[in-house]
Write a protein that binds this ligand. Sequence first.
Ligand code: HPA
Length: 277
Amino acid sequence: MNENYEKLMKCFECVQKKVSFKPELALILGSGLGDYADTMEVAETLDYHDIEGFPVSTVPGHKGRFVFGYAGGVPIVAMQGRVHFYEGYKPQDVVLPVRLIKLMGAKTLFLTNAAGGINRSFNAGDLMLITDQISMSVPSPLIGENIEELGVRFPDMSEVYSRRLRKIIENAAVTAGVPLRKGVYIQTTGPQYETPAEIRAYERLGADAVGMSTAIEAIAARHAGMEICGISCISNLAAGISVNPLTHAEVQETADRVAPLFKKLVTQAIKDIHEAE
Ligand code: HPA
């Protein structure tokens, strides 16, 4: 059997033994949304450490567990803490959690992250609906033997972020009274922030925001046939656009400041996605 699929199935068997909850949607919590679970009606939790073979995050401030429960009355699983490529995991391991979520039964993947703003009209603290992505600076998580059980060898990526879900979220933002920008997300490997020259290059490529996660997760989820949406918290202006040097503390501070609005929007969006089913 395919080595990555074998690892995935081992994790899935482990989850099945420990959890009975059936999520409709999966939410990956980025910086600032880490405590989103406090707003949920929690049914069950599962620490990543308790799943044999599961990649565990090393980033300070990232808790590592699945939280199963209800957000706005909708059954969801929230991933509190994700692993990043820069931590040294293979791309195939970075996307194992997303694939696992798909096996748990979630049809929709809601991605969130903190990102640097490249678009010159953005401000730190803005929320950006992800319309599309550029993953050319990170390796594809689909490299290697294809997992036929999940998806095809050459999956289409012409609509990674579902047009249908984007419309729902734009309306949800109006309902919740939360201003929402739109734009293209580019993933870099990190962990270093970009140089001003790199940011100018990404700007010319058509990126509006830059971060170190999300795009490879979206590729794996799309490969596995999930419907995807995503929102970035613009935690800082990217290098060269901001006059200040970038720090993780600034990213975290802004993400924490915007968290109440971000949570409000996410809950409204989850409700509306559910109701549109
Ligand atoms: N660059 C890359 N990743 C990030 C940034 C950034 O400016 N801000 C938050 N995550």
